[in-house]
Design a protein around this ligand. Structure first.
Ligand SMILES: Cc1ncc(COP(=O)(O)O)c(C=O)c1O
Length: 374
């Protein structure tokens, strides 16, 4: 087999997330249902007559128009619909980079781009969000990581796993670094719309700079991960080049996913779904926080600005992967270990869940720490 950097967190999640009693590893909220999307029986009738044709491969026009409407001055020619943000990120890399190129990637981060770039033979440098500064961007480390060889700067904003939302001046620093060397900006913005403390959506990097690919999906802010709908928004020539990669990976998203995604992005439905997500986040965080505080100084945290995940540090001297392996085996619960973000002694715990389920999962984590203490 070829030399390959696996995506360790997704490996763990895909093996266990549907088998454990309590899955607190997911980064989105408790998912919406088909009924949430199509409450009207007439709509159901129309959907029942959908033919399973190969749909328009870059996304049906109605869906691309609704996605374009989320971005200033974008048209459907600026949009490629993909199978989740995961495909959007992968084919963005395939489109912008060649073996031997250099990419600067934000850390900590969802390590897809970090690992996939290595698998493409690309050299990866990282720059930091600083835990000592409330996970603010460390601009010096950004400027060190971005060299004359840098072809792409990859950010995740709001950030997974910290929930940090970059300030306007942090965003300006990223744009300035890209502009200094003529690099592309690859912005993974899947957590935009999951803000915990404001109803204002985190602004996109789109339109702040001309060489931006803004990637997103319906999985997090809209609570629809199983639809597997994501997108790239970028300049039409790059979108066309990415579409050529999409023909090799997946051809198109599913016919029904195209239709349902267009429904999800109708203006009223969009607002309904975003509110539903924020309600889960705002109901869940206080439950998590109370649980965490009940452990005295075992945990410390910078509360997330956005997302349905908390990323506390813990003081017990146990490796995070070892902890999670024991948690799965002995307590039938799953969270993501800090190791999967290259930050040991942290756990990524989801809280955008139904309250009883969340409490049940937290209780299992508590029991695991108790066992370790004894
Ligand atoms: C930052 C980030 N990007 C992309 C993805 C992939 O999401 P999807 O393919 O469901 O849109 C995830 C999933 O957790 C994520 O956290």
């Amino acid at each position: 087999m070829s030399n390959f950097q696996p995506f360790v967190m997704e490996r763990l999640m895909s093996k266990w997330e549907n088998l454990v009693d309590y899955n607190l590893s997911e980064s989105g909220v408790h998912p919406a249902t088909v009924r949430d999307l199509i409450p009207d029986p007439d709509q159901i009738e129309r959907l029942l007559s959908t033919e399973f044709v190969y749909p328009q491969a870059n996304g049906i026009p109605e869906l691309r128009e609704r996605i374009a409407a989320l971005y200033p001055n974008a048209t459907s020619a600026h949009v490629l619909v993909t199978v989740g943000c995961i495909e959007a990120n992968l084919i963005s890399l395939q489109t912008l980079l060649e073996p031997g190129d250099e990419i600067a990637v934000m850390a900590p981060n969802y390590l897809q781009i970090w690992g996939a770039a290595q698998n493409l033979g690309v050299s990866v440098r990282t720059f930091d969000l600083s835990s000592d500064q409330g996970w603010a961007l460390d601009v010096d480390s950004l400027n060190r990581a971005v060299t004359d060889q840098t072809k792409v700067i990859a950010v995740c904003n709001p950030n997974n796993p910290t929930g940090h939302i970059m300030s306007s001046s942090e965003m300006d620093a990223v744009v300035a670094a890209a502009d200094r060397v003529g690099a592309w900006l690859l912005a993974d913005e899947v957590y935009s719309g999951t803000e915990r403390l404001t109803d204002e959506k985190t602004p996109s990097f789109w339109s702040r700079y001309d060489k931006v690919l803004a990637n997103n999906s319906l999985s997090k802010a809209y609570g629809l991960p199983g639809l597997r709908v994501g997108w790239i928004v970028g300049p039409p020539d790059v979108i066309d080049a990415a579409w050529a990669r999409h023909e090799y990976t997946t051809i198109a998203i599913a016919t029904l996913s195209n239709q349902l995604a267009a429904i999800a992005l109708e203006p009223d439905m969009q607002q309904k779904l975003l509110k539903r997500t924020r309600d889960y986040i705002r109901r869940g965080y206080p439950i998590f926080e109370e649980w965490m505080r009940s452990h005295g100084d075992l945990f410390s945290i910078v509360p997330p600005d956005a997302s349905a995940i908390a990323f506390p540090r813990y003081t017990v001297d146990v490796n995070s992967t070892t902890f999670v392996e024991q948690l799965i085996k002995e307590k039938s619960a799953l969270v993501a270990p800090g190791d999967h973000f290259n930050l040991d002694h942290h756990l990524r715990i989801s809280f955008g869940l139904q309250p009883d389920y969340l409490r049940g999962g937290l209780e299992r984590i508590h029991a695991m720490f108790e066992d370790l203490a004894n």
